[in-house]
Design a protein around this ligand. Structure first.
Ligand code: FE2
Ligand code: FE2
Length: 301
């Protein structure tokens, strides 16, 4: 199926899903969640300020990466717009989604500035570097885009949720919970579109799925010291192979999209399905090893 035809066929689904999204979304205000009384004035140019809150490395890295990813919103919007256009229901959705995502960086930055959980100067320098380089994954086809955003929104939900669980601060936990709840709604929205696309073009979607599962990475390319932060986040059990398999690939690809049971696939798509299932099995195995290592480390600590 031609990509343009698929986008046109999906338009009524986008319209319905957007209507449902708008009718069931509860308005919330970033400023109501930020503990302003903990703020203090700053002296311009003062560097290396010690953060007020003692945080584990993995949690600090997660907050840093999560916020810088939200800061990269202009590029995510431009990628999604270039794939699906700016008109009709698609355009209305992308603009609404952009407005909702904007809340995430507002609330996270205000919280981190007020509590000094991260050094604000280091954070601002990292934001400048990140946004000035503008690196984001760029799926080359609308089918790849749908698979990517569905998996990515869920992965982001899980990462925010797990970060929040490891915060001692109730204000921080509440913020991460609220942001994670938004990501979950975004995930459900994109998953519904992907469901419809699987019905319309199963072979095209399976080929896209193979590519996206094979190349999937948590967002963060272009962030200063990204691989160091990604390792700390994995060590803290906030996001790793085990979680990626148990909470993303298994529930979405295997159980929800029922990859194994799809019928009527072209030979190319059959090969893509086999390769995807094999890859998912390998990720599951790597995840089990990670979980075992963490358990052993926890017992000997
Ligand atoms: Fe977000
Ligand atoms: Fe989101």
């Amino acid at each position: 199926m031609h990509a343009d035809a698929l986008i046109a066929e999906l338009e009524p689904t986008v319209e319905r899903a957007l209507e449902h999204h708008l009718a069931s979304t509860k308005e919330w205000f970033p400023h109501e969640l930020v503990p302003w009384s903990r703020a203090r004035d700053d002296v311009a140019g003062e560097t290396g300020q010690a953060p007020d809150t003692a945080l584990a490395d993995g949690v600090r890295s997660a907050l840093f990466v999560n916020l810088l990813t939200e800061d990269n919103l202009p590029y995510y919007t431009s990628v999604i717009t270039s794939l699906y256009g700016n008109d009709g229901a698609w355009g209305a959705w992308v603009r609404r989604w952009t407005a909702e995502e904007g809340r995430h960086s507002i609330v996270l930055r205000d919280y981190l500035t007020v509590t000094r959980a991260l050094d604000p100067i280091a954070l601002e320098r990292a934001r400048m570097a990140q946004v000035a380089c503008g690196q984001v994954p760029r799926p080359h086809d609308p089918r790849n885009g749908l698979v990517y955003v569905a998996l990515q929104e869920l992965a982001t939900r899980v990462a925010h949720h797990n970060t929040g669980k490891q915060l001692d601060d109730p204000a921080g936990r509440e913020i991460m919970k609220r942001v994670a709840a938004d990501e979950n709604r975004h995930y459900l929205f994109y998953r519904e579109l992907a469901d419809a696309a699987f019905r319309l073009d199963p072979s095209g979607m399976v080929v896209a799925l193979e590519h996206e599962v094979r190349t999937f990475e948590m967002p963060g390319t272009g962030i200063v010291d990204f691989s160091h932060h990604a390792k700390a986040i994995a060590r803290a059990g906030i996001y790793d192979f085990h979680i990626h398999y148990e909470q993303i690939l298994l529930p979405v690809v295997i159980r929800h999209w029922k990859l194994e049971a799809l019928t009527g696939l072209t030979p190319d798509a059959e090969r893509a399905r086999d390769a995807t299932l094999e890859r998912i099995a390998r990720i599951a195995q790597a995840g089990r090893r990670t979980a075992e290592r963490r358990q052993t480390a926890a017992l000997s600590a």
